[in-house]
Design a protein around this ligand. Sequence first.
Ligand SMILES: [Zn+2]
Length: 274
Amino acid sequence: MLATLKEILPEAYRKRRAVGAFNVANYEAALGVIRAAEREKLPAIIQIFQRLFLSEKGSDLAGTLLRMAHRCSQPIVVHLDHGGSAEIVRAALAAGCSSVMFDGSMLEFEKNAELTKYAADCAHALGASCEGEIGHVAMGDENAITTVEDAVRFHSATGVDALAVSIGTVHGFYKSKPKIDAARCAEIAAALPSVPLVLHGGTGTPPEDLRAVIENGVSKVNIATEFMDTFLKSTRRELEALGDNFLPIDKFMDPVVDDCAAHAARLMRFFAGK
Ligand SMILES: [Zn+2]
């Protein structure tokens, strides 16, 4: 069933668990997430990166994901990841996404708060949920660790349903071992006891660090790079095995879907403390 962050994160937060948020750009990887959710009987978040909404890709994909969410027995959130403008947030909501993120983390505090509040108001008017980010999780640039004061001010200024914080992870694969600040995470959670926190840059973050932040208030963990990498590597393996032979693409993709489902299920179990 289609769900919002508001419907699944508060419970995960209370139980000190997290829900996996998987970035997809195609049907087969999304099918892997849906199958994993069914198999593990756990909710999931399927996210579309904002770039896809710069063309027809985002809304085409959202239509497919909505259909998949509706037929799934578990709660599935169809979420815009890193919305960078009001236009993209509106496009994602118009395409039926049940949740959006506005990412103004590179902007000045006031501008970030103003634009995030607009995104949250748009989302809430349609019964959707909204995630914002304060501090900045690096995307090939500099990290800015979130302060407790900023987190509290930002939440009260915007009314977001989930708050992405920067506590040492980065986007993409790590070039060196990350230093994750679980203590800062705990301080932010203590100051905002009813606000689920979001960890961006889940890829490659050591399991013990993930466990520590989940126990300290993170209830949504974003996994993009390593999940897409599984899709790519599995596809390459199947292509090599195929050689010069031919298979219809739906049959060719079946083992790739299985690999994506196994990867998503493993992470979902870990995030749920199973
Ligand atoms: Zn991110």
